[in-house]
Design a protein around this ligand. Structure first.
Ligand SMILES: NC(=O)c1ccc[n+]([C@@H]2O[C@H](COP(=O)([O-])OP(=O)(O)OC[C@H]3O[C@@H](n4cnc5c(N)ncnc54)[C@H](OP(=O)(O)O)[C@@H]3O)[C@@H](O)[C@H]2O)c1
Length: 260
């Protein structure tokens, strides 16, 4: 027999209490893997400025300038299991952004099979390991949110992008399936940026000529800035997007959809 409280099933009633408790907590806890550079660093800054507790990780760049008392940096190399220890996190985690990634653009014939595997390790297996390590903490939040980073090249065929497209497309499929499995407790979405001004993209925009060509390719006539992408990530991480899950949000200055 199913117990009903005010017309709600026991599950619905418990869920309402959990969501109410999450709403009352105005300061939330976020984990940003790869918060020491580019988009991840911009996410850290935005969440910290909103007053949240931000736990961020670095891999090679330890010396992050951090003016926020509510930001805590820890070392993490997702390719080294010994560093995948998140004991420092509180029991409740409201959101996780997984930012490590690579952009290796080469003709298909020059890419070794092991290069595809290395990208898969960094962009997919790394995300899986981190998510598995913090799932229970995300679940405790009631409406926890995961944000993963794909690329515009997963949905739009671009020359020399086979290596990055392979692992990012896998990540998009993974994200959707995980969103189904984790509903209604944890949301999961992807962001698929086009070329964005970060250290990762430096070799593609390190001359005026390259920058101009790349800006021209985008209908909005510029490449992305880390803050453009971070704003969308913060929206997906926080309760402002509490009814959005299983989506890939393409942020690309119109590249994939407009012909102008
Ligand atoms: N920038 C673009 O044009 C662009 C376009 C499409 C998609 N994306 C995607 O957006 C995401 C963020 O890119 P971004 O441009 O902000 O990159 P980024 O500036 O290179 O930052 C990457 C972050 O990930 C960390 N990281 C790298 N390898 C790691 C590892 N093995 N273990 C743990 N952390 C690691 C880095 O730490 P350290 O710096 O401390 O080593 C850094 O904090 C990536 O997934 C990327 O594929 C970017």
């Amino acid at each position: 027999m199913q117990l009903r409280l005010n017309g709600l099933t026991e599950f619905q009633a418990t869920r309402r209490v959990t969501l109410l408790a999450a709403k009352i907590r105005t300061v939330k806890n976020y984990l940003i893997i790869g918060g020491s550079s580019g988009i991840g660093q911009a996410i850290v800054a935005q969440l910290a400025a909103e007053g949240h507790q931000v736990f961020a990780t670095y891999n090679q760049h330890a010396g992050i300038i951090n003016n926020f008392p509510n930001v805590h940096y820890h070392h993490c190399n997702v390719l080294d299991d010994a560093t995948l220890n998140f004991d420092y996190l509180p029991d409740t985690l409201d959101g996780l952004a997984y930012c490590p990634g690579s952009i290796q653009l080469k003709p298909f014939g020059r890419i070794k099979p092991e290069d595809f595997v290395a990208d898969y390790q960094l962009q997919v297996v790394g995300a899986i390991k981190v998510i598995q390590a913090v799932t229970s903490k995300l679940k405790n939040a009631g409406n926890g949110s995961i944000v993963l980073f794909s690329t515009v090249a997963a949905q739009t065929g671009l020359v020399f992008h086979t290596q990055v497209a392979a692992s990012k497309s896998a990540l998009e499929g993974f994200s959707k399936a995980l969103a189904a499995e984790f509903a209604p407790h944890i949301r999961c979405n992807c962001i698929a940026p086009s070329l964005t001004n970060t250290p990762l993209a430096a070799s593609l925009i390190n001359t005026e000529a390259k920058l101009a060509v790349n800006a021209q390719r985008h209908p909005l006539k510029r490449i992305g800035e880390a803050a453009d992408i971070a704003q969308a990530a913060c929206f997906l991480l926080t309760d402002k997007s509490s009814w959005i899950t299983g989506q890939t949000l393409t942020i690309d200055g119109g590249l994939s959809t407009l012909r102008v």
